[in-house]
Design a protein around this ligand. Structure first.
Ligand SMILES: [Fe+2]
Ligand SMILES: [Fe+2]
Length: 250
């Protein structure tokens, strides 16, 4: 492993709250993505799914209080990632919200009406200790991904990966060049890709040294199957209710 800051990983968890898939009978699945990142003493909610009612219900069953959230990070302006924003902003005022600069002026104004304190991201930047944004990346839809520094290496969390999942991972490598790539998780947006394309992407992941993958949301069933086949026990089958303990990644 490259020189990596080995801070304590105690209680560093990622909990999937909303996803197209679920791992627990008492949680609802719904098209979209949302996860809670518990990292270095901060609770960061990454995306909010498509529906505030599902987000609220799943959070309650997972014992996550919206008031405990320190920062909201939104990957891109698509309904299946922004749907629960107002549930969160209404539950906690003056919430810092980290979002790509390219969000519409209208959307930004709406969030400010709920007291949101916007952190508008243009280029790659540190958001809090050990948490980075890839910046407002170009693509069919502009999007940011979250990068977490963990003892196992960099964790890349994507919403839909519209700029391209490989491009996002390469960007993560450039931002944190001294760290290994531990895990890439979230929506990979490979719904319409042929198996051949997906296998090439997996090959590129392996070349870049990505040790764990967790393709979910808009990755598509084929991509999930192929990533699972190629990564075996280093593929994490995500769904609402999945809890990843960063300390357990090798
Ligand atoms: Fe999506
Ligand atoms: Fe999207």
């Amino acid at each position: 492993m490259k020189a990596n800051k080995r801070q304590s990983a105690k209680n560093q968890l990622i909990t999937v709250i909303c996803d197209n898939y679920t791992t627990r009978d008492d949680l609802e699945s719904s098209w979209g993505f949302s996860c809670l990142i518990k990292h270095r003493g901060k609770n960061v909610l990454f995306d909010t799914g498509s529906d505030g009612i599902v987000l609220a219900a799943n959070m309650s069953k997972l014992s996550i209080d919206p008031v405990s959230i320190d920062l909201l990070m939104i990957s891109h302006q698509h309904w299946d990632h922004t749907g629960g924003i107002y549930y969160i902003l209404n539950a906690k005022h003056n919430m810092p919200v980290c979002l790509p600069y390219s969000f519409s002026a209208r959307f930004k104004e709406d969030m400010k009406r709920y007291g949101a304190e916007l952190i508008e991201v243009k280029k790659a930047q540190a958001i809090s200790p050990g948490l980075y944004s890839t910046g407002d990346m170009e693509g069919p839809v502009r999007e940011q991904a979250a990068l977490l520094q963990s003892p196992a290496g960099t964790i890349v969390i994507t919403g839909c990966a519209h700029p391209g999942i490989v491009k996002i991972v390469k960007t993560a490598e450039k931002i944190l060049p001294d760290d290994d790539l531990a895990l890439v998780m979230g929506g990979f947006h490979l719904l319409d890709n042929e198996n051949e394309d997906i296998l090439k992407i997996i090959e590129q992941f392996k070349k870049m040294g990505v040790r764990y993958t967790a393709a979910s949301h808009c990755s598509g069933q084929n991509a999930r199957k192929l990533f699972a086949r190629e990564y075996q026990d280093h593929f994490i089958p995500l769904g609402a209710g999945t809890i990843i303990n960063l300390q357990q990644l090798r």
